[in-house]
Design a protein around this ligand. Structure first.
Ligand SMILES: NC(=O)c1ccc[n+]([C@@H]2O[C@H](COP(=O)([O-])OP(=O)(O)OC[C@H]3O[C@@H](n4cnc5c(N)ncnc54)[C@H](O)[C@@H]3O)[C@@H](O)[C@H]2O)c1
Length: 250
């Protein structure tokens, strides 16, 4: 088992990539805190893990609130005695042509996708330093930190910020032995893009992969799992592309 004895907090674990990762981490022996703003979905993930024999807690967490993120980290320590891994993964999308975008749309996306990651780095970084744990923080960026797409300007801004925050945090937390890295998935078949299927967004994204199909959340979870192990110790401050060669070609 790849993560035996590790304790992980996973934000956005009520669905998609976060849920698949929570289940995979638990299957690899980690104790998991499922942190999500959606209680029903979060509890569902936790129940599935518990049913399979895993150690798990659900904690209601809105990552756009620093106190919630701190509480999720503390819950891991209270329940399992430590925190080794934070998967800073919760995210939302709002698709609208640029000139129809409102400041509220922008704020909503940036508060979750950018501030949420910043709060996670701060809360987990402080706790790992306090407990002397040489832990790992993995942030979810996106190919949209690298490649422009229509209708998601706030998402681009937030994911671009995640890319640079990852590097900056790795630089500063390296002195405590804490690694900070990010993944950049391509299009993954989860509710975040399923909602836009009628607009053709998911199909268009699928065609932008080398194998012309969306990825499955379990494929992303498998890579996050490897990155969280000591075998990936040399990877730090980087954004790892998990995107089946996502490109601009149409
Ligand atoms: N699906 C894709 O194509 C894709 C591609 C690249 C990156 N990503 C990123 O992957 C991450 C996970 O997305 P997904 O595809 O699994 O989407 P998803 O919609 O399936 O899951 C997102 C989860 O985050 C939770 N969430 C939303 N707002 C929250 C908040 N304020 N606090 C806590 N939890 C909150 C939701 O309740 C949900 O359970 C996101 O950061 C997303 O931007 C997704």
């Amino acid at each position: 088992m790849l993560l035996q004895g590790k304790v992980a907090v996973i934000t956005g674990a009520g669905s998609g990539i976060g849920r698949a990762t929570a289940k995979r981490f638990a299957a690899e022996g980690a104790k998991v805190v499922v942190a999500d703003v959606n209680d029903a979905r979060g509890v569902e993930t936790a129940d599935e893990i518990a049913l399979a024999g895993g150690s798990v807690r659900f904690v209601h967490t809105d990552v756009s609130r620093f106190a919630d993120v701190e509480a999720a980290v503390q819950a891991a320590v209270d329940a399992f005695g430590r925190i080794d891994i934070l998967f800073n993964n919760a995210g939302i999308g709002r698709y609208k042509p640029l000139l129809e975008h409102t400041p509220e749309d922008y704020d909503a996306v940036v508060k979750v996708n950018q501030y949420g990651v910043y709060y996670g780095i701060l809360a987990a970084g402080r706790k790992m330093r306090e407990l002397g744990i040489r832990g790992t923080i993995i942030n979810t960026a996106s190919v949209f930190a690298f490649v422009a797409s229509e209708g998601v300007i706030g998402y681009h801004a937030a994911k671009g910020a995640v890319k640079m925050m990852t590097q900056a945090a790795a630089l500063e937390l390296g002195r405590y032995g804490i690694r900070v890295l990010a993944i950049a998935p391509g299009g993954v078949d989860t509710p975040i893009i399923q909602g836009y299927k009628d607009m053709g967004l998911a199909d268009r994204m699928a065609r932008q992969h080398m194998r012309r199909q969306l990825q499955r959340p379990e494929q992303i979870a498998a890579v996050v799992t490897l990155l969280a192990t000591e075998d990936a110790d040399a990877i730090n401050g980087s954004v790892v592309m998990v995107d089946d060669g996502f490109a601009e070609f149409k």
